[in-house]
Ligand binder design. Structure first.
Ligand SMILES: NC(=O)c1ccc[n+]([C@@H]2O[C@H](COP(=O)([O-])OP(=O)(O)OC[C@H]3O[C@@H](n4cnc5c(N)ncnc54)[C@H](O)[C@@H]3O)[C@@H](O)[C@H]2O)c1
Length: 440
């Protein structure tokens, strides 16, 4: 099929590349010139495992362009996968969706199906269908279908190709037929429903996962008060199939481009309908507090942060991605800088993006060893394998004061005790060196 994709971010590029790998002719439209230049040179502008190789393998079926008119003119299917960031009042900003819709309406010369991949509030697809009915060319019928995306950054290619379910929100048999043809060969359960329900499946899923994270984070905070171990609690809970082990790891809260904005958007939408979504409101509040948990811990060890040398290990909101949107690192670094700390950061992939954000306000280390050398404290914010495999004893030898505040529970408590460091993590016992300096 001739497919066009509006937007080549984490969702759009993965969608385009994966569909091209299944034999479709895919034209990806991107408005960002820098991203487009990289894509044309065969370089994915985002870090996503397996993406570069699949993009190279599927090159014969892939075109990258900013000529939206050419891309949409005769496309059979047009995916919209542009960003839907938070608007400022909590609601989803649909500017980019409507920009793409205007471009499609102005360009489509034959009937087509527009498929909404972006996460959009309930009712958006219906409104878009009306928009196209008014604004598309004469005799050009544009169907709109919702096909929310459930991939996770860091495993996006694998997730897309092995989705646990496909959701088709359609209002006509022809739109369903088109989506079935797009995904021919994908062997997953397909849920066919109306667009509003499809849109809600996406919001409800993300909100539930955010709730699960905030719940285990609150349990972790109580574990610290009562001397229980949250990792064992999670393990014990997760073995119960009704609960499941996923999204049950305590830490410094969720970040990224989805959960923060999707919880706010659903909360806003409920309020708009005069309904208070109390569970989601609580999840948002818990997360806000959790994100500064390590700073609060740091203040217990040092009355003032001013003048401290602090290492920050891991900057992305999760491992496997270079995405810094809503990453706890950004907020934590900002607080540290405001309070007068000298910050050195390390991350295996995100340094170029962090440099664009912080410039020379922070130091950049190319190894974990260099990042922690001579520091008074170290904050661990992403559970990269390189960090999890780091020899804890090196902290003691390299740091001025070996104080590790771990927001991702990367290390074993016994190993921390043997290393002779102060190790304070989330929802677990604090480890301190034995008073005589020997390893506890
Ligand atoms: N990132 C995820 O893990 C994920 C997962 C599931 C769903 N989603 C949803 O998918 C949507 C896209 O998310 P993302 O993370 O890929 O966003 P992104 O910001 O990484 O990518 C959006 C891209 O669209 C481009 N763009 C904007 N307007 C355009 C236009 N008119 N024509 C062509 N390109 C245009 C931007 O330049 C950008 O490259 C959002 O609604 C998000 O909530 C994201």
């Amino acid at each position: 099929m001739d497919i066009s994709v509006a937007g080549t971010g984490y969702v759009g590029l993965v969608t385009g590349v994966c569909l091209a790998s299944r034999g479709h002719k895919v034209t990806c439209v991107e408005t960002d010139r820098q991203k487009l230049a990289a894509l044309r040179a065969g370089e994915p502008p985002i870090f996503e495992p397996g993406l570069r190789a699949l993009m190279a393998e599927s090159a014969a079926n892939l075109t990258f362009t900013d000529d939206y008119a050419g891309a949409y003119k005769n496309a059979e299917v047009i995916f919209i996968s542009v960003g839907t960031p938070e608007r400022g009042d909590g609601y989803a900003n649909l500017k980019y969706v409507y920009d793409a819709a205007e471009q499609i309406a102005a360009s489509a010369e034959s009937g087509c199906t527009v498929v909404m991949k972006s996460t959009v509030p309930m009712g958006t697809c219906e409104k878009l269908e009306k928009f196209f009915a008014c604004h598309a060319g004469e005799n050009v019928r544009i169907d709109v279908a919702s096909n929310p995306e459930f991939l996770s950054q860091g495993t996006a290619v694998r997730d897309f190709l092995n989705e646990q379910r496909l959701v088709f929100g359609v209002r006509s048999a022809s739109a369903e037929k088109v989506l079935r043809a797009v995904y021919a060969g994908f062997t997953k359960p397909v849920i066919v429903t109306d667009p509003q329900t499809a849109e809600m499946i996406k919001y409800a899923s993300n909100n539930f996962l955010a709730l699960k994270i905030s719940f285990i984070n609150e349990i972790a905070n109580i574990c610290e008060l009562v001397g229980a171990d949250v990792d064992t609690v999670s393990y014990g809970m997760g073995l119960d199939k009704r609960i499941g082990e996923k999204f049950l790891r305590a830490g410094i809260g969720y970040g990224g481009s989805c959960f923060p904005k999707d919880t706010l958007a659903l909360h806003w939408l409920a309020k708009y309908h005069d309904y208070e979504l109390k569970t989601v409101k609580a999840a948002i509040e818990v997360n806000e507090n959790q994100r500064i948990r390590l700073i609060k811990k740091l203040r217990k060890y040092h009355k003032s942060v001013e003048g401290l040398r602090v290492a920050v290990l891991g900057l992305t909101f999760k491992p496997g991605t270079d995405d810094l949107r809503e990453a706890p690192s950004v907020m934590n670094i900002n607080i540290l800088l405001e309070e007068g700390a000298a910050v050195t950061v390390w991350d295996p992939v995100a340094v170029p993006r962090v440099k664009a954000m912080f410039g020379d306000q922070v130091g950049y280390a190319d190894t974990i060893e260099r990042a922690v050398e001579g520091t008074d404290a170290c904050l661990v914010l992403t559970e990269w394998e390189e960090i999890k495999n780091f020899d804890l004893k090196k902290f003691k030898h390299l740091m001025k004061t070996p104080l590790i505040l771990d927001g991702r529970n990367c290390f074993d408590l016994r190993a921390a005790a043997e290393a002779g460091i102060t190790y304070d993590s989330i929802g677990r016992k604090r480890v301190t060196p034995a008073p005589d300096g020997s390893c506890a």
